[in-house]
Design a protein around this ligand. Structure first.
Ligand code: DGL
Length: 283
């Protein structure tokens, strides 16, 4: 049993969808969430910038003596995971590989769709991981950047979202995709609208997979292997504590954050990120 906290970071509120899955899977753990709300979004930024931001966030969380870290952001995982793994000795779980593993098992046609930010798509991270896991698969990626502000605005269904989705997802109609990875922390909020649009566009049912649950399971298994788990016992008192750190406290933050977290956020703290990390060269 290891009582040290788990660190989770994201560019902003999106990673709270992953935090929810981690809290549900590991209720006994103390968790510190860092949302880099001062520098969100990461999804449209270049690789070097995102990697630097990821190092800054990880250095801040490392000061809390975390026993493991989750990069709860697809773009930061895509550009930063390997470099962070070299820089830190504790286990680090990204959101790309766990869901890719699931997709490789689920697909029947061998054609997997991936939607994400521009950065995630450009990084080629999902196709690289999927091809390693299952060399025969064909991966079709589409960047859908407008879905991030729509989800934050709470516009998760209705005409506007469906029109945007129709436009973005149209190219999948010419493929054999039967499994779609929601490769962005915000997209699980749009699951129902995405399913509706795909049902109209695609000749076959498409299974939607998001990273949150698969990432929580991957974290649990890594903690178990290293004897790092802190199990919850019967009763509320043994539940871990949750701490929310933010680099900016924008107006209306709590309402948006609670929507992503699917629960109450009772308190949160402002922190400054000091951008002094030594960032190793790109890989
Ligand atoms: N968290 C980001 C991701 O999953 C989406 C928001 C952003 O662009 O920062 O890629």
């Amino acid at each position: 049993m290891d009582r040290r906290p788990i660190g989770i970071f994201d560019s902003g509120v999106g990673g709270l969808t992953v935090m929810r899955a981690v809290v549900d899977a590991l209720p006994g753990e103390d968790i510190i969430y860092l949302g880099d709300t001062a520098r969100v979004p990461y999804g449209n930024r270049g690789a070097e910038t995102v990697r630097r931001y990821a190092h800054n966030a990880a250095h801040l969380l490392a000061q809390f003596d975390v026993k493991a870290m989750v990069i709860a952001c697809n773009t930061a995982t895509a550009y930063g995971l390997s470099s962070l793994e070299e820089a830190f000795s504790f286990p680090i779980v990204g959101v790309v590989e766990p869901v890719a593993r699931q997709a490789a098992l689920v697909t029947r046609t061998g054609e997997i769709g991936v939607i994400g930010t521009r950065g995630t798509v450009l990084s080629g991270s999902y196709p690289n991981v999927l091809k390693k896991l299952s060399p025969g698969v064909e991966v079709h990626q589409l960047p859908c950047p407008l879905l991030v502000p729509l989800a934050e605005e709470g516009w998760t269904d209705g005409d506007v979202v469906e029109t945007v989705l129709e436009r973005y997802l149209e190219p999948f109609g010419q493929t054999g995709v039967d499994t779609l990875i929601l490769g962005c922390t915000h997209y699980p909020l749009l699951t129902e609208s995405i399913s509706r649009v795909l049902a109209r566009r695609m000749p076959r049912p498409v299974t939607l997979l998001d990273s949150a649950h698969a990432t929580a399971l991957a974290l649990e298994s890594i903690l178990a292997q290293g004897s790092l788990l802190r199990p919850a016992h019967e009763g509320v008192s043994s539940r871990g504590t949750l701490r929310f750190l933010l680099t900016d406290l924008p107006e209306g933050f709590v309402t948006t954050a609670e929507r992503f977290f699917g629960g109450e956020i009772r308190s949160y703290e402002h922190v400054d990120i000091i951008d002094q990390s030594e960032v190793p060269d790109a890989h």
